[in-house]
Design a protein around this ligand. Structure first.
Ligand SMILES: Nc1ncnc2c1ncn2[C@@H]1O[C@H](COP(=O)(O)OP(=O)(O)OP(=O)(O)O)[C@@H](O)[C@H]1O
Ligand SMILES: [Mg+2]
Length: 320
């Protein structure tokens, strides 16, 4: 395998919340000690319930956030601590596609100025911008006469195409796709996914793909990481994870996916999670999943399980 494009090491992103108590604010540990590698050209799926920290991981990697701690090695350079100026050259190599194609496009800008904006910010020459905008519009399946229109004139799927064209403008190596299709009509979700896959094949980009939709993640990802309460609890190739999942949380998450085949569905046991997802504010020590795990033992409350390689390329954080 090639050298990783990005190595994430013990990434932490804490947010101060609430009022000061004894002069200190409490910390919400949105991402706590997360490590994984991203290889060139792969799609890495990130799954887990709402609030587990997927978006925060994505935003930290493209440095929309400055992490509280840990390292983000981009081709060997740690970009986590860099200031705004020093991180600029890396910014153009990384992009993010957002969930909501309605909110993420400026309604007062035309399609061509939206797509051109990142290139303007990076001082690309005007001739080059014009040429690239024309090329991008075609790549994402829009028409030339769309260029002078405004976002509200388009459907959700078309708006997401505009957002994707904009993300591709600086020819990034790495794209975080944060629930890119969940706000779209079911009938056009597959089109957008297929387009993202085709673009990856043409341009060789690496994707971090955040989603709730486990069957779609399986279809599109080479490897998948499962997050719970700010921690990565299991990581493997998509095939291995979906056939030999080991973490009780992964099993519960997967068992909640509707199964189309009625015979298979009848044979499959649904695992219903007990209790609510706790808030990651001042979390207790021990396994993050302890309060909801049906196999939990007393020592699970005491020390947090480290990620261990249980078979080649399959990592698991569980004491049992
Ligand atoms: N800017 C912020 N300030 C304070 N807390 C935040 C901030 N952003 C996220 N959080 C909190 O961090 C935790 C992780 O949030 P995040 O958005 O990363 O989760 P997620 O896995 O993307 O969830 P979803 O599936 O709902 O998008 C949540 O508890 C959230 O409330
Ligand atoms: Mg999110």
């Amino acid at each position: 395998m090639d050298a990783p494009l990005i190595q994430v090491r013990s990434l932490r992103m804490y947010f101060p919340v609430g009022n000061k108590i004894f002069g200190k604010r409490r910390q919400l540990k949105a991402v706590d000690d997360v490590s994984f590698d991203l290889y060139p050209g792969e799609t890495f799926g990130l799954v887990g319930e709402s609030g587990c920290g997927k978006t925060t991981v994505g935003r930290s990697l493209v440095r929309l956030y400055r992490p509280t701690g840990g390292e983000i090695l981009y081709q060997g350079t740690d970009i986590a601590p860099l200031d705004e100026k020093a991180v600029m050259p890396y910014r153009r190599r990384m992009q993010m596609i957002f969930q909501d194609p309605y909110a993420s496009l400026n309604p007062r800008m035309t399609v061509s100025s939206i797509i051109a904006e990142p290139m303007k910010l990076q001082h690309v020459a005007q001739d080059e911008i014009t040429a690239r905008v024309a090329e991008l519009v075609e790549k994402v399946g829009l028409k030339k006469d769309h260029l002078n229109r405004y976002p509200h004139e388009f459907s959700g799927g078309q708006r997401q195409r505009i957002g994707i064209a904009r993300a591709l403008a600086m020819r990034p190596e790495f794209i975080v796709c944060d629930e890119p299709i969940s706000a779209l009509d079911v009938s056009i979700q597959a089109q957008v996914i297929n387009m993202l896959e085709e673009l990856q094949q043409q341009m060789g980009m690496t994707y971090l793909f955040v989603s709730h939709d486990l069957s779609m993640v399986r279809h599109i990802s080479h490897r998948v990481g499962v997050m719970y309460l700010g921690h990565m609890v299991e990581l493997a190739t998509a095939e291995e994870l979906y056939s030999h999942m080991q973490h009780p949380y992964t099993k519960a998450l997967m068992s909640a996916v509707p199964i189309a085949d009625p015979d298979l569905a009848a044979k499959t046991q649904r695992i219903v999670l007990q209790g609510d997802v706790p808030q990651p504010i001042d979390p207790p020590p021990g396994c993050p999943f302890a309060s909801r795990c049906r196999y939990c033992k007393p020592f699970c409350w005491e020390t947090r399980p480290a990620m261990k390689e249980v078979s080649p390329g399959h990592f698991l954080a569980c004491h049992l």
